[in-house]
Design a protein around this ligand. Structure first.
Ligand code: AMP
Ligand code: GLY
Length: 423
């Protein structure tokens, strides 16, 4: 197969690393990729949302399978445009990607198909929203309906904060159109866990769990980020919880999407709140998580190209028996540029990457990197995902931080406590 991978982050480096190891993969292309992905794929200079350009490239280069990493091209309709040309795609259609793209859509699906989730109402009118918020009281959660780069959720501990968030969103000041409709929902108090499954329109292949660390600083302090580190499997995971997540959440979702005439093909990334052992759906993402994908790929013992092709072709049941996971724990420590998630410098030099990469059980995945001559430089907020495998959380953590310490990057920082809940 010739495979085109779309995206440029740490998630895509992990996918490229796994895809390029497949015997089924002849040529792997990545658009636009990064300096790390270059070591396992041919880079293509096209933006991930350049739908016409990507379709043209896939047609011209006899691409057999397109794997879409991030959400923006999904929401832009890249899958639909490729499928219209008869090209196999791993990733949901624009309509199905609403599971991530519209919080209201996802909540309504939960209501219709009896999927456990926080109680909610949808509003476009500020007076009605205010009345509901006052009625429910704080803590309460206010969410912009559309995509808002991970910033569209306000968990308000005080009533005033909730009212202000609702006004900011509905006035269009906070997130433009993405906030012209909001979801107001009940606050859930529990522990978060991410669960991943693949769907092929009707069939489902459960993958495994991970736990992300969204705050910028140690002790879960500081601003929210795209994710500062992850480990897999998650601390709370058990067979009992796995079964509940599958039967109560993942299976009815795939059934519901099919019934709605928008069968779901791709990754279902369920953000879950576990309250007293019972899972409740916080949100869906229509893609792998970043950095959760990095730890999943480290533990996967199967041919990723074969799995994703089967997913794209509606044949997941045929390959389910071949998919196994290492008993090891994998941990990813994200290194970000000083200042992230606010403003940060660019083109800062990074050294010591080979030493780190050669450490036992370690792979350094690149996210926001580029080459300046022979020098690797940072060009983004989240820049590296130092990922290690070990027999326990403690061993994976020790290996990951030993590798982090070999990286010479004065302009970067990382959290020092990834995996703390499990330890
Ligand atoms: P989301 O983008 O929907 O995943 O929300 C971002 C974060 O807000 C989640 O990871 C949770 O930490 C928090 N959150 C969202 N909804 C709720 C809720 N109903 N109760 C408590 N925390 C929530
Ligand atoms: N790490 C969170 C995400 O990918 O959305």
């Amino acid at each position: 197969m010739n495979i085109l991978l779309v995206g440029s982050g740490g998630r895509e480096h992990a996918l490229a690393w796994a895809l390029s190891a497949s015997d089924l993969c002849d040529t792997l292309y990545c658009a636009p990729g990064n300096a790390g992905i270059e070591s396992c794929a041919t880079l293509v200079d096209l933006k991930d949302t350049d739908v016409d350009g990507l379709v043209q490239f896939a047609t011209d280069n006899a691409i057999n399978l397109v794997v879409i990493g991030p959400e923006a091209p999904l929401v832009a309709g890249l899958s639909d445009a490729l499928r219209a040309k008869g090209i196999d795609v791993f990733g949901p259609s624009q309509a199905a990607a609403q599971l991530e793209g519209s919080k209201g859509f996802m909540k309504d699906l939960c209501k219709e198909f009896d999927i456990p989730t926080a109680a909610y109402e949808r509003f476009t009118d500020i007076e009605k929203a205010e009345a509901y918020i006052r009625d429910m009281g704080a803590p309460i959660v206010i969410k912009a309906d559309g995509l808002a780069a991970g910033k569209g959720v306000i968990v308000a501990m005080e009533l005033d904060e909730a009212l202000e968030a609702a006004r900011d969103m509905l006035s269009g000041n906070a997130f433009g159109d993405s906030g012209s409709s909001i979801v107001v929902e009940e606050f859930m108090d529990g522990e978060e866990l991410s669960f991943f499954a693949l769907a092929d329109g009707h069939g489902i292949l459960p993958l495994t769990s991970a736990q992300d660390h969204k705050r910028a600083f140690d002790g879960d302090k500081g601003p929210n980020t795209g994710g500062m580190g992850a480990y897999s499997p998650a601390r709370l995971m058990s067979q009992d919880l796995h079964d509940k997540i599958m039967t109560r959440i993942i299976e009815p979702t795939v059934r519901g999407m099919k019934e709605r005439g928008m069968p779901y093909t791709g990754v279902l990334y369920a953000g879950l709140m576990i309250v007293d052992g019972e899972p409740s759906l916080i949100e869906y993402n229509a893609r792998f998580g970043d950095p959760e994908c990095q730890v999943l790929m480290m533990r996967l013992q199967a041919d990723l190209a074969e799995i994703l092709q089967a997913g794209a072709q509606g044949r997941l049941s045929e390959i389910a028996d071949k998919v196994h996971w290492s008993e090891d724990v994998a941990m990813c420590v994200v290194m970000a540029t000083n200042g992230y998630p606010q403003s940060y410098p660019k083109n800062t030099p990074i050294n010591g990457l080979d030493e780190a990469n050669n450490s036992e059980g370690v792979v350094v995945f690149h996210a926001g990197t580029a080459k300046d001559g022979d020098q690797i430089v940072s060009i983004g907020g989240r820049v590296l995902g130092v990922t290690a495998k070990g027999a326990s959380v403690a061993e994976a953590q020790e290996r990951a931080y030993a590798a982090v310490d070999k990286i010479d990057w004065p302009d970067g920082f990382c959290r020092r406590d990834i995996g703390w809940r499990a330890l």
